[in-house]
Design a binder for this molecule. Structure first.
Ligand SMILES: *[C@@H]1O[C@H](CO)[C@@H](O)[C@H](O)[C@H]1NC(C)=O
Ligand SMILES: *[C@@H]1O[C@H](CO)[C@@H](O)[C@H](O)[C@H]1NC(C)=O
Ligand SMILES: *[C@@H]1O[C@H](CO)[C@@H](O)[C@H](O)[C@H]1NC(C)=O
Ligand SMILES: *[C@@H]1O[C@H](CO)[C@@H](O)[C@H](O)[C@H]1NC(C)=O
Ligand SMILES: *[C@@H]1O[C@H](CO)[C@@H](O)[C@H](O)[C@H]1NC(C)=O
Length: 477
């Protein structure tokens, strides 16, 4: 098959028995060369065919040229081409960190050398990678997920190189790094929401999943749990468990809390009485529909500052005034919230009090026929109603002002004003307001002389002090 032409005259093979003697131009050929050797005397070449590994050796030639003996030597090495390269593995289905694997490479051919490829790079020996049996065996101790290959064995000798088919290792690992992800990501949801929980985990082969609510297993399997149109009973701590049926390991996630809430609506602030009276006890109750989490009170637009007479109870639901005071009047606002919604309501509280400090304003002296106007005031909420009394008993009128035109001498006396609050049902009286009607008449139609007698008659009573304010009418005494 292989043809070797030696272009020198070959005489004998040094290391193997003599093969050819050329004596008197006659060939004598050893039996193992029968039929596969030809000598060409004209060029002194020897042709060897159908080579076998045994043809390897040293060849020599002697020639006589012009009476001189010449000789030459050459070495012939016969190789067998590489073939049948095959990789076998002790196992291809392995579990990370708990297995070792041996790959062995077999091939036909002579003078073989071995090289292992991991993907496209050459495998080198290390702590966990051993190359033995002249490189034909590769042992990976304590395989990792990265040792999946493909591994190939490359076999060569000087005349050929053959690379094996690839061998892939399947290395199972995990589950690890389990993580439960909520979508949307917050933990609070309104009734009617759709929630998706996804369990992510590193695992080969893919993990199988179980789901738990407050520790009880749910029927769902698969990496995603969908909760549609949730209600409050879907609240709880969810967790997922991933198992790998190859590694026989499993991992459980941290629980994720889901709280389903009703939106807050219809907030209201209701007082214990619609007509709070100063000094009594009043409470305001803040209510709403829905899942109430938190209540916050404000007064007149600022955060409520509790004073000594106030207490908040029942998680801020009830604001109590032990003895309410007029200073507590104002706009109260209660904000009710939970993580998904809020609502608020206000109540304007008016604390009723009084009457107090009833006072009469007006003159203590009026000229006869003049106009008397007395005004009564009181501190009171609601506004007080007034009653005027003359000389302690006689009721005059029921308004804040007492007006009398053309007073008579008989209007002199003691005026008092009584204030009455119809909510507090309290009454309070002013101090007595004394009035003197003086005897100077203001009659514009008369000449001073004609009425002098009348004037004198009516002014006698008050002769001591006449400082008449009436413009232009001064009566000398
Ligand atoms: C295998 O390798 C891992 C990570 O390198 C190591 O933690 C583990 O101890 C090793 N196991 C053995 C049996 O050598
Ligand atoms: C194979 O190659 C990967 C990277 O491609 C490497 O992480 C791994 O350790 C290698 N394994 C061996 C046995 O050489
Ligand atoms: C192991 O798990 C894989 C991936 O989840 C699955 O395809 C396979 O059927 C499981 N085998 C057994 C025996 O349960
Ligand atoms: C969820 O777990 C936390 C912490 O263990 C606990 O405080 C909470 O009450 C649980 N929630 C439910 C709905 O069980
Ligand atoms: C009212 O009281 C005053 C002082 O006591 C008295 O002088 C006057 O006569 C009384 N008037 C009437 C109408 O009773």
């Amino acid at each position: 098959m292989i043809l070797i032409i030696l272009s020198e005259l070959l005489y004998f093979n040094v290391s193997t028995p003599i093969i050819i003697f050329i004596i008197n131009a006659e060939n004598i050929i050893g039996p193992e060369y029968e039929g596969r050797i030809t000598f060409f005397p004209s060029t002194a070449s020897l042709e060897l065919r159908s080579l076998t590994l045994d043809d390897t050796g040293e060849y020599g030639v002697n020639a006589v040229h012009d009476g001189t003996l010449l000789n030459g030597r050459t070495t012939l090495v016969i190789y067998e081409k590489v073939s049948n390269v095959l990789v076998t593995s002790s196992s291809t289905d392995l579990v990370e960190f708990s297995a070792s694997v041996s790959l062995s490479c077999s091939a036909s051919g002579s003078s073989l050398s071995f090289l292992w490829l991991n993907g496209s790079s050459e495998v080198t020996a290390s702590d966990r990678v051993q190359l033995t049996d002249g490189g034909s065996s590769l042992t990976i101790i304590n395989v990792t997920r990265f040792d999946q290959g493909p591994f190939r064995c490359r076999v060569s000798n000087p005349v050929s190189t053959v690379t094996s088919d690839p061998v892939n290792l399947s290395i199972s690992y995990g589950p690890e790094n389990i993580n439960l992800i909520l979508s949307p990501s917050q933990g609070y949801f309104a009734v009617g929401s759709d929630i998706s929980l996804t369990c992510s985990v590193g695992s080969r082969p893919p993990a199988q999943f179980k789901w738990f609510l407050n520790g009880d297993q749910l029927l769902d399997t698969g990496s995603e749990l969908r909760l549609m149109n949730v209600n409050m009973s879907n609240s709880g701590n969810y967790s997922c468990q991933a198992s790998n049926n190859k590694t026989l390991r499993s991992q459980t996630s941290e629980p994720s809390a889901i709280t389903v809430l009703e939106k807050i609506s219809g907030a209201s602030v209701k007082p214990s009485t619609n007509l709070p009276v100063e000094g009594t006890s009043v409470s305001l109750t803040c209510e709403a529909f829905g899942s109430v989490f938190k209540r916050n009170w404000m007064k007149d637009g600022s955060d409520l500052t509790l004073t000594d007479n106030m207490t908040l109870s029942d998680n801020n639901r009830v604001l109590t005034f032990d003895t309410v005071s007029r200073k507590d009047s104002g706009e109260y606002f209660c904000q009710i919230s939970n993580p998904i919604s809020s609502d608020g309501a206000k109540y304007i509280m008016t604390v009723n009090y009084g009457p107090e400090n009833v006072q009469i304003k007006g003159p203590n002296k009026v000229n006869i026929k003049g106009t008397l106007k007395l005004t009564c005031s009181a501190e009171s909420t609601p506004t007080a109603r007034f009653t005027w009394l003359f000389n302690g008993t006689e009721k005059l009128t029921n308004s804040a002002e007492y007006i009398k035109e053309e007073v008579e001498l008989s209007d002199s006396g003691n005026y008092t004003c009584q204030a009455w609050n119809n909510i507090t049902e309290r009454t309070s009286s002013s101090v007595v307001h004394g009035l003197t009607v003086t005897g100077i008449c203001k009659s514009s139609g008369c000449a001073a002389g004609c009425i002098a007698g009348i004037v004198i008659a009516c002014c006698v009573i008050v002769a001591a002090n006449v400082f008449e304010k009436s413009p232009g009418k001064h009566f000398p005494f």
